[in-house]
Design a protein around this ligand. Structure first.
Ligand SMILES: NC(=O)c1ccc[n+]([C@@H]2O[C@H](COP(=O)([O-])OP(=O)(O)OC[C@H]3O[C@@H](n4cnc5c(N)ncnc54)[C@H](OP(=O)(O)O)[C@@H]3O)[C@@H](O)[C@H]2O)c1
Length: 264
């Protein structure tokens, strides 16, 4: 199936590693021109070069820290300056510390919402005027299954994800009339650097080894294994494409049917 992404312009936040990198690669494989942003310039450049070489598509790296409002606006504007338009925003850069209610500090809560929720808010706010002017676009929010299957040991991600899902539905309704489709994709455990951090946190809270925590995570997923970044990217790329023309305000869970209670 031709997804119709050839020549489209996308910005993928957190595009240097993990799921964001797989999404940038997937979009480039379909012929899209892609900007990626993250904080570390070295990792960004290495990823941009790797994808450009493999796909023959232009990848534009932008150093930006999305905990800063000015950086989010600059990342969007630089994408438009570089490529002349912006058709797709993938809000992906995000992290919220795991932990339980009695241990989480005010600072943990502030950090959790600062990137995983406010980072998405900032980029969305910056991109909407461009998409309205162009007559349409796609915003895909990489949220997480904690938003629909909340769990006490991942309390701040659960809360930040729920906030992202609320924004997804509200803005999908508000901007559908402008041709902008806004959707959420909710991964469960995905084999990236972030998952390694989360599983170590779960092991600490449960007082079990990281090995045992990983076994429980695999057992909690009927498919019996952790997802790959590419399996999430495949769904994101489709939702970002003109082929998903009537998908708006949706929340698509990509977690192999995970049953969170079995993490206990
Ligand atoms: N992995 C999972 O199991 C899982 C499950 C559910 C949901 N998710 C969600 O999926 C998304 C991607 O997760 P991942 O596992 O691929 O993460 P990852 O491997 O840790 O990659 C995170 C990316 O975001 C960038 N980033 C981090 N902080 C940033 C900041 N302040 N400003 C700009 N960029 C920043 C990182 O680069 P720099 O560090 O250089 O900035 C990197 O490119 C996240 O929103 C996460 O919550 C992941």
């Amino acid at each position: 199936m031709d997804l119709g992404l050839k020549g489209k312009v996308a910005l993928v936040t957190g595009g240097s590693k993990g799921i964001g990198k797989a999404v940038a690669r997937g979009l480039a494989d379909e012929g899209a021109r892609v900007a990626i942003c993250a904080r570390s310039e070295a990792a960004l450049r290495a990823t941009a070069d790797e994808i450009a070489k493999a796909t023959g598509t232009e990848i534009h790296p932008i150093v930006a820290d999305l905990t800063r409002a000015g950086d989010a606006e600059r990342a969007v504007n630089e994408t438009v300056t570089r490529f002349g338009r912006i058709d797709v925003l993938v809000n992906n850069a995000g992290a919220a510390p795991g932990g339980i209610i009695t241990e989480l500090t005010e600072d943990d809560w502030a950090k959790a919402l600062q990137l995983k929720f406010m980072g998405f808010v900032r980029c969305t706010k910056a991109v909407i005027p461009h998409m309205v002017k162009q007559g349409g676009g796609r915003i895909v929010n990489l949220v997480g299954n904690d938003g629909v299957k909340p769990i006490g040991i991942e309390l701040t991600p659960s809360a930040a994800n729920a906030a992202d899902l609320a924004m997804t539905v509200a803005l999908a309704e508000q901007y559908g009339r402008n041709g902008i489709c806004i959707n959420a994709v909710n991964p469960g455990p995905v084999a990236t650097e972030r998952w390694s951090e989360l599983i170590s946190g779960i092991a600490r809270i449960r007082k079990i080894s990281v090995d045992e925590a990983n076994k429980r995570a695999e057992r909690s997923i009927p498919l019996g294994r952790i997802c790959t970044p590419e399996e999430v990217a495949n769904v994101v790329v489709f939702v970002a494409s003109p082929r998903a023309s009537f998908v708006n305000g949706a929340s698509i869970t990509v977690d192999g049917g995970q049953r969170k209670a079995l993490l206990d």
